[in-house]
Design a protein around this ligand. Structure first.
Ligand code: DOR
Ligand code: ZN
Length: 347
C-alpha cells in the first residue's frame, strides 16, 4: 500500500540557531515545503529586522549543509510587553512575518521575555486584529498554584475566552493543543480560531513519560496528558476539520540538557514525523484525512496555496528504524521514539 499527498508543511517548528540550526534544518527541509519558525531564540526574535536576519541565517544554513533549498521558512515575532504595534503591522505587510507568537512569561523554554499580563499587549493585539495578523498562542497559564496538567484548560477559561470576547476579529491559533478541553474549545468556535497538533501528543500519553522510569525525551510543554486526551487529539486530527492542522513542535535540545537533573522540555520529531503520522492515521482508519491535516488545512488558514510538490508514503513489511541521533558539537540530539513499531517510509 502507498499513498501520495500534497507535500506537507509544519506550522510550528523550532530550528534554533548556530550549530543546532545547522544540525537540524535538513531534517525538516527533506520532507516539508514550509515551516512556521518559532521565535524563542536567546535573545528572542522581536522585531521585523530580527526576523529578516534570522530568516537569512536559516537560508544560509540550508545552503551550507547541502539541504533542500526549496524549503521556505515562514517567520514569526515573539510578542513582548514592549513590542510596537507599528513594527508588527509593517513586518506583516512586507511579508517578513506571517504570525506573532504569544508566550506567557515562564511557560516554556526561553519564555522569560514573554507576557506577564495580557492587558499589557492589548494595543498590539488590537492592531493585529485590524490588520488580520495571526496570533499563535502557547496556551498555558503559569501561576505556580495551578497544577501543570490543568494549565491548558485554565488558560482557555481565564485568558483565551476573555481575549476572544474582547477581540472577536483577532485570528488565533492555539498551538500544540494537548487536551480534550482544547479540541472541544476550538470545535465550539464559529470563526477565527484554529489549533495545531503535534506528532508526539498524538502518540504518547503521560504514562509513556512516567511509568517504569522517567523518560526525559518525552518531556515537553505542554506536558503529555491522560490517554483519553490523546484519543481526543487523534479524533480531531483525523476528522478532516479544517481548523486542525500539523505543527510538529519539533524542539531539539542536546542529550545532556535533556538527561539532566533539570531537563529541558522538547521532543525532536522532525526526522520521522510523516511516518509516525501515517501510522496514527492508518490505525484510526483515516489515511484519507492525512493530506487535509498535514498539507491542506494549514495553508488554507494562512491564506496560502498548498505546495505543488507531492510526497509518497509506502507501507513496509520491515520495521522503520528510529532516525539516527544527530551530532551537535560534542553532543547529540535524540530523535523521537514513537513508543510503537512503525511500518511506513517516505519514498
Ligand atoms: O516542549 C517544548 N519545547 N515546548 C515549547 O513550548 C517550547 C519548546 C522549546 O523551545 O524547546
Ligand atoms: Zn513550540
Amino acid at each position: 500500500m502507498q499513498i501520495t499527498l500534497t507535500q506537507p508543511d509544519d506550522w510550528h517548528l523550532h530550528l534554533r540557531d548556530g550549530d543546532m540550526l545547522s544540525a537540524v534544518v535538513g531534517s525538516t527541509a527533506a520532507h516539508f515545503g514550509r515551516a512556521l519558525i518559532m521565535p524563542n531564540l536567546v535573545p528572542p526574535v522581536v522585531t521585523g529586522d530580527d526576523a529578516r536576519d534570522y530568516k537569512a541565517r536559516i537560508e544560509k544554513a540550508l545552503i551550507d549543509t547541502g539541504s533542500n533549498t526549496a524549503f521556505k521558512p515562514l517567520m514569526t515575532l515573539y510578542l513582548t510587553e514592549t513590542t510596537q504595534a507599528d513594527d508588527v503591522v509593517k513586518a506583516a505587510k512586507e511579508g517578513i512575518i506571517v504570525a506573532v507568537k504569544l508566550y506567557p512569561a515562564g511557560a516554556t523554554t526561553n519564555s522569560s521575555s514573554g507576557v506577564t499580563n495580557i492587558d499589557k499587549v492589548m494595543p498590539v493585539l488590537t492592531a493585529m486584529a485590524e490588520h488580520g495578523v495571526v496570533l499563535c498562542v502557547h496556551g498555558e497559564v503559569t501561576d505556580s498554584d495551578i497544577d501543570i496538567f490543568d494549565r491548558e484548560a485554565r488558560f482557555i477559561e481565564t485568558v483565551l475566552e476573555p481575549l476572544r470576547t474582547a477581540l472577536p476579529e483577532l485570528r488565533i491559533v492555539m498551538e500544540h493543543v494537548t487536551t480534550k478541553d482544547g479540541v472541544d474549545y476550538v470545535a465550539s468556535a464559529e470563526k477565527n480560531l484554529a489549533a495545531t497538533l503535534t506528532t508526539h501528543h498524538l502518540m504518547i500519553n503521560r504514562n509513556h513519560l512516567l511509568v517504569g522510569g522517567i523518560r526525559p525525551h518525552y518531556y515537553c510543554l505542554p506536558i503529555a496528558k491522560r490517554e483519553e486526551h490523546r484519543q481526543a487529539l487523534v479524533l480531531a486530527a483525523c476528522s478532516g476539520d479544517a481548523r486542525y492542522f500539523l505543527g510538529t513542535d519539533s524542539a531539539p535540545h542536546t542529550r545532556t540538557t535533556k538527561e539532566s537533573d533539570c531537563g529541558c522540555a522538547g521532543v525532536f520529531n522532525a526526522a520521522n514525523t510523516m511516518v509516525c503520522l501515517a501510522s496514527v492515521f492508518e490505525e484510526a482508519n483515516a489515511l484519507d484525512k492525512l493530506e487535509a491535516f498535514a498539507s491542506l488545512n494549514g495553508p488554507k488558514w494562512y491564506g496560502l496555496e498548498p505546495n505543488s510538490a507531492t510526497m509518497t508514503l509506502k507501507k513496509t513489511t520491515t520495521k522503520t528504524p528510529i532516525p539516527e541521533r544527530i551530532p551537535v558539537a560534542d553532543d547529540w540530539v535524540v530523535p523521537f521514539d514513537p513508543a510503537r513499531d512503525i511500518y511506513w517510509q517516505v519514498l
